[in-house]
Design a protein around this ligand. Structure first.
Ligand SMILES: C[S@@+](CC[C@H](N)C(=O)[O-])C[C@H]1O[C@@H](n2cnc3c(N)ncnc32)[C@H](O)[C@@H]1O
Length: 295
């Protein structure tokens, strides 16, 4: 079984990128009245306590969401402000104690006639997710599925109203997750070519991670679909040193979001938000961003 627990990472720089893109995308997709199906193939626990044992173990949120809500933060670009507003909506008062994962961000943006399907395999996260979702009293709008998201997605495509957003956010703990993402993207485009697909991936020194966006780009281009690729780097990927001179792992230095059939408004929104994200979340002089699109 996997050892990855998203609670250790909730609210870190990768979540800032992923959830900012998710919110901007869903805001656009919910502008039209027609019903939308939203599918989260790797849902996690749904809600995280930033003052709980897990998050404070790594305190990754301190270099993520916490920097954006700190007193004295400059005026934020609209997409980043929408993200901060979303996180604030789950908290009372000034302190940020609760962090919403993708399922809760999605649910908050849906209308009554939209549907949300959440896949989670890990028993602990599944229990937490099911408990958190039950408190929403959202009835049949939200389904929690104890299934492999890569496989389970298939039965929901195409969705009844022919409008869908799929977020695919694996932990990439296992090397074959990269291949599964590509297979899922190819299969999903065959089943439902007009869906919006959003893939998160880590930018780490590993060939599979490097190849993934390149291969997604090729896939989208061959299928004649538009795509958008955004990355955020907060620090160097080189090994660091502790005060006593021992080698220190750098932690995740960067990540990317790759979208197929993105909203046409997304690039402009990120063009403003990404440089500010890189500036505010920088951990060293290597902080930067990229944004490209095609199709
Ligand atoms: C990066 S976390 C998800 C975070 C979440 N999407 C968010 O943004 O708040 C990945 C989750 O996928 C779960 N998982 C791993 N493999 C899976 C699979 N094949 N199908 C469904 N869930 C899986 C892990 O247990 C973990 O909770």
């Amino acid at each position: 079984m996997f050892s990855y627990r998203h609670a250790f990472h909730a609210g870190n720089h990768a979540d800032v990128l992923k959830h900012t893109v998710l919110i901007a995308t869903l805001q656009y997709l919910t502008e039209k009245d027609a019903a939308l199906t939203v599918l989260d193939t790797h849902a996690g626990a749904g809600l995280y306590r930033l003052d709980g044992d897990y998050a404070s173990t790594s305190a990754e949120a301190a270099d993520g969401i916490a920097r954006l809500v700190a007193p004295g933060t400059p005026a934020l670009q609209p997409a980043l402000q929408a993200y901060v507003d979303m996180v604030r909506a789950f908290n009372q008062g000034a302190a940020t104690r609760v962090y919403p994962g993708s399922p809760f961000i999605m649910q908050r943006l849906l209308r009554d006639h939209d549907k949300l399907k959440l896949f989670e395999l890990h028993p602990t996260d599944l229990r937490a997710l099911a408990g958190n979702v039950a408190q929403l009293e959202a009835g049949r709008q939200v389904a929690v599925l104890h299934e492999d998201g890569f496989e389970g997605l298939k039965k929901f495509l195409p969705p009844p109203a022919r409008r869908a957003l799929v977020l695919c956010d694996p932990s990439y703990e296992m090397k074959n997750d990269y291949g599964k993402v590509l297979d899922m993207a190819a299969d999903s485009l065959k089943r439902f070519a007009t869906g919006t697909y959003a893939f998160w991936y880590p930018i780490i020194p590993r060939p599979e991670a490097h190849d993934l966006p390149r291969r997604l780009k090729t896939l989208a281009t061959k299928a004649g679909k538009s795509w958008l690729h955004a990355t955020l780097t907060v620090k160097s990927s080189k090994m660091g040193e502790t005060a006593s001179g021992e080698a220190k792992r750098p932690g995740l230095p960067a990540s990317g979001m790759f979208l197929i059939n993105p909203p046409f408004t997304l690039k402009a929104a990120l063009k403003d938000a990404l440089p500010q994200m890189a500036e505010l979340l920088a951990q060293d002089r290597n902080a930067t961003h990229t944004l490209e699109s095609g199709g």
